[in-house]
Design a protein. Structure first.
Length: 626
């Protein structure tokens, strides 16, 4: 790639250090130019140095700037010296606070370009003892701050951003990975086996953390004599089952991550008394050891996508330090789950017709005692009214709950519509499935009760103007999926369609809005409403398109980038579809002309799409790009 020009380098540098592209204080102008010359137009170098100079949201002094300038020496302008680039990265590493250094070095465990999931990484940090807090804060939340700080310092790169604009996963830049792998090797922090060496070096007296990368069967022979003090073992896609025999002799093992491997026999796990993290996601594990309750220090147990495990042994109730439990919906929990008093994450137990009414009632009553839960995802498939009522009361006991997802296949909305009290800490609420359809918007969804709610997915049968006003007043809401149910997606009668009253200050933070079965379109929003809205999805009846002049003016939505329009029709015939298509093409062109000529002169530089989906046996979708 070509190097950035000095103008683009300056914009990137100023935006990172001063939070804007212009306005560099006069005293920093000359030293900034000198630093940029030494960065040679390489974005990684510019970002790393800028992040270093503006770490902890405080700009360093002018003398410190010159100190960093002198440290770069000859810079990257001549042949882009790799050694000089490494020195720049090392400057940023040594500037890290003490608590972040082991967290960053730990990333050397992962192979090049590996997608590192945020939650799994934080729980592993906790298991390794890298996360600590003098207060009574959740260790996960402290680890979440650590993760964000590494992102802000450009030491790791964000990969996936969710609807709440949180970084879901990250990767490590190749050059940064080289640096931390080198440092990890020097400190005997991580030992990597990737097939280039057939054994762990015998001269290396200690192996603290072992990472076995994807290899062919029989390609690696682990020397068991050096495994006594190993604290962490991670496999990446290996099918060498016999290699794991050394684990049973690892007396102080804290982390065992076997995700995506063909490991099936894990009986030796019950002897790893210091184990804190056990990752079996997407493995062939047949069953958990009967005596897994002996692992009193276990904090995280990940059983997602394990096809053969159908039931948890009763000894799991002895895991009083278990904080995170990931299971499949088909895995049966033992009675007495209330014993897991430290549990913060429970994903995804099932309450349903697969089990007896007594079992369902017992599980529901026990779950209500897990008052430390922050994240709960539950699969609901139960007809019994007593169980539904008990579940509703249980959900009202979680005062620390931040994320609640319910997948309901049997009606549970009626038991939740009245008297349900949700945690004011709630940030995500996802109610999906045919059993989570409410008659109208529940009274407990309002700004005073849910001030931090940023993600909401809900289905109602009838829309009222006051419902839209309430949703528009949620101060932190970023993602809204709001669907109004119509039988077979027929066109609502004239008496059912009401124009929605959207106020000028509505939806202040919303970036993504899904409105299905609701008469809303871009022109519904007055000037000032939804100023951050980027993605808008809505539906229109074909009758309104073919027999009326639809206003799709987008001038009042300055951040809008993508529009998807779903068109449904009562009678799916070719002539009506052709008319609707032609009308939408004309409307789309009019909307573009309005946007480009009035308020957004750079609108054509953005990707603009309109999707047409007709309600018939085969979906018919059009795409246009400006």
């Amino acid at each position: 790639m070509k190097a950035l020009s000095i103008d683009l380098s300056r914009k990137l540098f100023y935006k990172r250090v001063f939070s804007h592209e212009q306005g560099c204080p006069h005293e920093f102008v000359q030293v900034s130019e000198d630093i940029l010359k030494k960065c040679g137009g390489i974005p990684l170098a510019i970002n790393v140095i800028a992040s270093l100079l503006a770490s902890n949201c405080q700009i360093k002094t002018k003398d410190q700037w010159y100190g960093f300038l002198n440290s770069i020496r000859h810079g990257l302008t001549e042949e882009r010296s790799m050694e000089e680039m490494k020195k720049i990265l090392l400057l940023s590493y040594y500037d890290l606070p003490f608590y972040l250094k082991p967290c960053l070095l730990y990333l050397s465990i992962f192979p090049e370009d590996h997608k590192i999931m945020r939650d799994e990484l934080i729980w592993r940090w906790i298991a390794e003892g890298f996360i600590w807090s003098e207060k009574q804060d959740s260790l996960y939340e402290v680890g979440d701050c650590y993760f964000n700080e590494l992102i802000n310092r450009n030491m790791v790169q964000p990969m996936d951003i969710d609807a709440e604009e949180r970084v879901v996963a990250c990767r490590v830049h190749d050059m940064v990975l080289d640096i931390i792998c080198s440092l990890s090797s020097e400190e005997i922090f991580v030992t990597i086996l990737d097939g280039t060496n057939r054994t762990v070096p015998k001269l290396q007296s200690k192996v603290r953390r072992l990472s076995i990368h994807k290899t062919k069967k029989g390609n690696i022979d682990v020397v068991t004599t050096s495994m006594k003090q190993v604290r962490s073992v991670t496999l990446f896609g290996n099918d060498t089952v016999h290699q794991m025999s050394f684990v049973s002799s690892s007396e102080v093992l804290r982390v065992l991550a076997l995700e995506d491997s063909t490991i099936s026999d894990i009986g030796y796990v019950e002897n790893l008394l210091h184990l804190r993290y056990l990752g079996l996601k997407h493995t062939h594990a047949k069953e958990l050891p009967v005596d897994i309750g002996k692992l009193h220090f276990l904090q995280t147990l990940d059983l997602r996508e394990t096809e053969h495990i159908r039931e948890l042994p009763s000894s799991i109730l002895l895991l009083r330090n278990l904080k995170c439990l990931y299971i499949n919906a088909g895995i049966k929990l033992p009675s007495g789950i209330c014993s897991l008093i430290s549990l913060e994450v429970l994903d995804e137990p099932q309450v349903g017709c697969l089990y007896s009414e007594k079992y369902n009632m017992d599980i529901v009553k026990e779950v209500c005692h897990l008052t430390k839960l922050r994240v709960l995802t539950i699969c609901w498939n139960c007809l019994d009214e007593n169980v539904k009522e008990a579940m509703t009361k249980s959900l009202s006991n979680f005062h620390k709950l931040q994320s609640l997802c319910i997948a309901a296949y049997q009606d549970c909305a009626n038991s939740m519509k009245q008297g349900w009290v949700l945690s004011p800490q709630l940030r995500k609420l996802c109610l999906r499935g045919p059993g989570c359809s409410f008659e109208t918007l529940p009274a407990w969804i309002n700004p005073s009760l849910l001030p931090l709610l940023s993600y909401l997915r809900i289905v109602v049968e009838k829309m009222r103007p006051e419902d839209i006003r309430l949703l528009g007043m949620l101060p932190a809401l970023r993602y809204l999926s709001f669907k109004m149910e119509y039988c077979s997606w027929t066109i609502p009668g004239e008496d059912e369609v009401e124009m929605l009253a959207v106020t000028a200050d509505a939806f202040p933070c919303v970036t993504t809005l899904h409105c299905f079965g609701i008469p809303v379109r871009p022109s519904t929003f007055p000037r000032g409403a939804a100023p951050r809205l980027k993605d808008l999805y809505f539906c229109l009846p074909a009758r309104l398109i073919t027999h009326g002049d639809i206003d799709l003016g987008m001038g009042h939505l300055p951040s809008l980038e993508t529009v998807e329009v779903y068109i449904w029709c009562k009678e799916a015939n070719d002539s009506l579809m052709d008319e609707a298509e032609a009308a939408m093409r004309r409307t789309k062109l009019h909307a573009l002309r309005l946007a480009t000529s009035v308020l957004i002169p750079s609108f054509l530089d953005r990707v603009f799409s309109i999707f047409l989906q007709f309600n018939k046996h085969l979906e018919f979708i059009f795409r246009w790009r400006a």
